[in-house]
Design a protein around this ligand. Sequence first.
Ligand code: S3P
Length: 173
Amino acid sequence: VLHDERPIFLVGFMGSGKSAVGRRLAERLGWGFVDTDALVEREEGRSIERIFRESGEGSFREAEWHVLRGLEGARRVVVATGGGLFLGVLQRHMMKRLGRTVWLDVSLSTARARTENGEGRPLWERGDSTAMRVFFEKRRAAYAMADVRLDASRGLPDAVVIQILTKLGEHLR
Ligand code: S3P
């Protein structure tokens, strides 16, 4: 039982482990787990890759925003967010108002290794381009506005879960 039962939002770059860690955290807490990417795909009835290709990024961001607003009032749920969701000012404030935000910080090389060069992720550029590095660093500045940050580059999901609970000042009872 945690002291604060509002949602825990996991934010961070593609490949930071939000889904894997989120599932494990939810399991350990006995809470629900949702993934905003999966909710968008379900609502739209098509894959993220198709949404981007057929309707453009703006349309995907709209759907994501809609999904986030649907979490108003939710309790006892861990939310893995798409890597771009925390970048919008409204979106960021919404998450902070609805619950607690946790940044899973990883290096670009870890992110790259975990995403197998962008399979199914339209915003991922292949290779080690300077553009990708700039994109990555810009995003880090936004993720830094999360309530807590932790290094999620190494260790199994379980170790990251322990770090999250410690940083949130919670422990499993
Ligand atoms: C995106 C990240 C993806 C997905 C979409 C856009 C982003 O989610 O929402 O491809 O802008 O970083 P993951 O962070 O789960 O890969």
